[in-house]
Design a protein around this ligand. Sequence first.
Ligand code: IMP
Length: 428
Amino acid sequence: MIVGAQWGDEGKGKVTDLMAERADSIVRFQGGNNAGHTIIRGDEVFKLHLVPSGILHPGTTCVIGNGVVIDPGVLIGELDELRRRGIDTLGLKISANAHLIMPYHLLLDSEGEAQLGELKIGTTKRGIGPCYADKASRLGIRVQDLLDEKILRKKIMTAMEPKRQMLRPFSRDPMLDLHTMTEAYLTFGHRLEPHIADTAALVWNDLQAGKDVVFEGAQGALLDIDHGTYPFVTSSNPIAGAACIGAGVGPTAIDDVWGIAKAYTTRVGSGPFPSEQFDDVADRIRDVGHEFGTTTGRPRRIGWLDLVAMKYASRLNGLTGLCITKLDVLSGIDPLRVAVSYRTADGAEFSEFPYHQSVLHHATADYVEMPGWQEDITGARSLDDLPEACRNYLDYISESLGVPIVLIGVGPERSQVILLGDRAAELA
Ligand code: IMP
């Protein structure tokens, strides 16, 4: 299992892409097209939001599990683009039980943010929150509903009814017309039908046959709706336990949980970020690391590596391995700082991630300083190729979290990695 150990955008797509070569199936289990993966293959750049990155590997089954929320227009757009570029997309399977993002979810997301004003969450405005809200309210439209016109029309009508008041300003929007919407979604249904399946059964069959299944999380632990920096979180659970629900497998099926973290920290959207920096170093990291959102293009907020937050993420996920990505971005920054505890305005110190939102909102980080390195490390392929300061930085992270490092990213290309340990060695 691959999960984000920070606030998302850790480089999960690249790690999954590496695993996809050996895996029999790749399964997404939560989130939607609020996520975004950029995969670089030689001169080609693929930007995917819904389709698991394994699609680039012929023969790998790619599953969009029941826990994902799907904007069918976006999904079809991605499939069209992949086909245009010669990629076979028949290996994509979509859970019949996954919920659909509807046009009114997009409007409600934007409206909700506008009404919150300064308190806005900074969502990706893709309708994710309102879609999960409808799922919990038992007003959701599911993928299987696309295959039955009568059911679809009735469900859309029922789902729109309680939203009438909030949607009043958009009453003339043709996409909100019941007939237009039903027709549009039926057309999506025709297009997606060959991909619709009982995905939990597919995954079960693969596991029973001893095949390799990779579960690919979206976002990160600190954006988890239960354990993250609520209310500045996404509306699903990006932590490892959620894969069981969002894919329909039992916890005993999971052998390994790898947490992905950048060598520094980023966050998009609002909310607490104790190790955030606003100086030249932050600007440099943003520029060198191309830290702009894959989905929204927003500049990401930048901070030092935060071991308090990562220790928390490690515990919530039960991490068995750590992948540190974008280590090359830190070359030339000296000294480096690593957050090891938080402090509140009245001087209280927290070595563990505080559960109380007002503590967290006013917390600043305390740091240890570590020597940086000047060398370009993008060509490193083993630990021995890394400067001593770089190895010390990695050792410090691993020892502080008590989790072994299994993969180090030293550049955007899929070959620019250092693989450690037995399971990672299998990827070489
Ligand atoms: P939503 O998921 O669009 O509702 O946005 C809720 C919060 O999660 C906002 O702060 C978003 O910026 C953040 N978020 C959602 N998806 C991602 C992601 O893939 N990477 C980073 N942040 C994300």
